[in-house]
Each structure stands twice: as structure tokens, then as C-alpha cells.
Design a protein around this ligand. Structure first.
Ligand code: CO8
Length: 258
């Protein structure tokens, strides 16, 4: 699991991994090389026991300007199909550990879709979100019509996807696309949140993530049953007993992830 030219990786002792897109000359446009590097990195982080929470950032200036338009110049339908780029996205969406997107600057097109693969989105005040594919004779293809729909509803999604307009971090927050807007660098704040989450039992954290994500597309009764079962499973963990004991003994719990 090494740094590549287009992706930087920093794994910290406290269980937080920071994944940084690094194509500044192309505004972090997601070419195939970057998407493959992202997929491989997320696969490795998913199975790395030292990592409990992942922060995904584009650095201080921009999150990502979308798919690399150069990849679209001559591509045919069958070439696009045979790229099977869904495999790259799946390694991010299937990650069992919480992913926090830290958005400074633009998150556009595939960049906005990448942010929506995260579980929490922290944006700096200067961030902008949008699905401008329609301006290029295209449409979103990695969740911009579906994840956005589930996040902000039909009428807001239609407006963004059909006009290609950009919205500010504060507008995105008001619509429910962003978890928190911060005055400074979104990455620093995302790392603070990641540290808090990493200090909890990784089993309970992963169960919470799984139930929220699965439950969102289930019937309420099914999702409530899933929630009850996941809660019951936690009663067989050492961490659950440690959490209860530590509370009663008025001390900080020491979780083992077991
Ligand atoms: N693809 C390729 N190159 C790009 C992209 C991009 N998406 N965005 C910027 N660049 C390049 C520019 O061509 C320019 O290159 P050069 O220096 O060689 O001329 C360099 O980055 C700097 O760009 P700007 O001068 O435009 O920089 P600004 O800071 O003035 O503007 C913006 C930044 C606002 C981000 C602007 O570059 C922009 O609007 N970019 C395009 C945004 C866009 O239309 N995105 C949607 C792309 S389509 C898409 O995402 C489809 C998703 C489908 C599925 C998901 C796949 C990942």
C-alpha cells in the first residue's frame, strides 16, 4: 500500500487513514489511473486492522473536478461498457469502515459522486457542489441521479442535474448533502471527527454504518428488524461489556474491536 503519483496515503497511529487525490494539474479529475489507485487503496484499507476510519480529501484547493473529460473524447459505448468502472466505485461503497469526505473547493460531476460515496461529508465554506455533466451532453453515471436523489430529494436533484448549476457549501448543507460546514480546512475537521469515531468500538461503529446504509433502501419494518438484530449481535462483544463497565466505573473505556 504505497503512495502513488496520483494518490497520497497517510496511515496514522490512532487508526485514521487519510487518502488524498493528487492530480493538481488537472484539478484532481478522476482519470482511470486515479480511479484504479483509489479502488486498490480502499480494498487494502478495508482489510487493514490498523485502520478504523478513512478520511478522503482532495487537499486544500479542490476536491475533484469530475471524470477526466479526456477519457470521453473518443470512447464508444462498448469501450465505456468494457471499462466496467463500477468495480472501482464498489470498492469504496463496500468499505465496512466509516469514510469521511473532506471537501475544500469544487466537488463536481464524478467528484460530487465520489464525495457521496462517503458516510459523512465535511465541507469548507469555499466548497462548491454540482452535477454539470448535462453541459457536456452527458449525464451523471456514478450515483449523481440516485445517491443525490436519496440525499436531497427529487426536486432539488432535478434542478441540479438538469441545469448543471453549482451550489455553495451552505446551500448544500441546507439541502442535506453536507454534514457540516467549517470555516477553515475541511480536512483538519474531518480528521478530528475521524479520531473521535476511531476511539469507539470498531464493531459497533461498523454495525451502525451497515444498518444505516442497508436500511435506507429497505421497508421500515425490515430495516427496524435489521437494527434490532445488529444491536443484539453487539451483546456478544467484549467491547459492549467494556463500554457498560467503564461507564459504571466512571472511566474511559478501552476498546479492542472484539
Ligand atoms: N477533466 C479533465 N481536465 C480537467 C477537468 C476535467 N474534469 N477539470 C479541469 N481540468 C483541467 C483543465 O482542462 C485545465 O487544464 P490545462 O491547464 O491543461 O488547460 C486544468 O485542469 C485547470 O482547469 P481550469 O483552468 O478550468 O481551472 P479553474 O480553477 O479555472 O476551474 C473548474 C476549475 C471549475 C473545476 C473547471 O476546471 C471545470 O469546470 N472543470 C470541469 C468540471 C466538469 O464539467 N466536470 C464533470 C465532468 S463529466 C463527469 O464527471 C461524468 C461522471 C460520470 C461517471 C463518473 C466517472 C468518474
Amino acid at each position: 500500500m504505497n503512495n502513488t503519483e496520483v494518490l497520497k496515503l497517510d496511515i496514522r497511529q490512532n487508526g485514521v487513514a487519510i487518502v488524498e487525490l493528487h492530480r493538481p494539474e488537472a484539478r484532481n479529475a478522476l482519470n482511470l489511473e486515479l480511479r484504479k489507485a483509489l479502488a486498490e487503496t480502499f480494498q487494502d484499507l478495508s482489510t487493514n486492522n490498523e485502520v478504523r476510519v478513512i478520511v478522503l480529501t482532495g487537499g486544500e484547493k479542490i476536491f475533484a473536478a469530475g471524470a477526466d473529460v479526456n477519457d470521453f473524447l473518443t470512447a464508444s459505448t462498448s469501450q465505456m461498457y468494457l471499462r466496467h468502472t463500477e468495480q472501482y466505485w464498489q470498492s469504496i461503497s463496500a468499505c465496512s469502515k466509516p469514510v469521511i469526505a473532506a471537501v475544500n473547493g469544487y466537488a463536481l460531476g464524478g467528484g460530487c459522486e465520489l464525495a457521496m460515496h462517503a458516510d459523512i461529508i465535511i465541507a469548507s465554506e469555499n466548497a462548491n457542489f454540482g452535477q454539470p455533466e448535462v453541459r457536456l451532453g452527458l449525464m451523471p453515471g456514478a450515483g449523481g441521479t440516485q445517491r443525490l436523489l436519496r440525499a436531497i430529494g427529487k426536486y432539488q436533484t432535478m434542478l441540479l442535474a438538469l441545469t448543471g448549476k453549482f451550489i455553495s457549501a451552505n446551500e448544500a448543507y441546507q439541502k442535506g448533502l453536507v454534514s457540516e460546514v467549517v470555516a477553515g480546512d475541511a480536512t483538519l475537521h474531518a480528521i478530528e471527527i475521524a479520531q473521535t469515531i476511531a476511539s469507539y468500538s470498531s464493531i459497533s461503529v461498523q454495525q451502525i454504518k451497515e444498518v444505516i446504509n442497508l436500511g435506507q433502501d429497505m421497508s421500515l419494518d425490515g430495516a427496524l428488524a435489521l437494527e434490532r438484530k445488529a444491536l443484539q449481535i453487539l451483546f456478544d462483544t467484549k467491547d459492549q461489556k467494556e463500554g457498560a463497565r467503564a461507564f459504571l466505573e466512571k472511566r474511559t473505556p478501552v476498546y479492542q474491536g472484539e
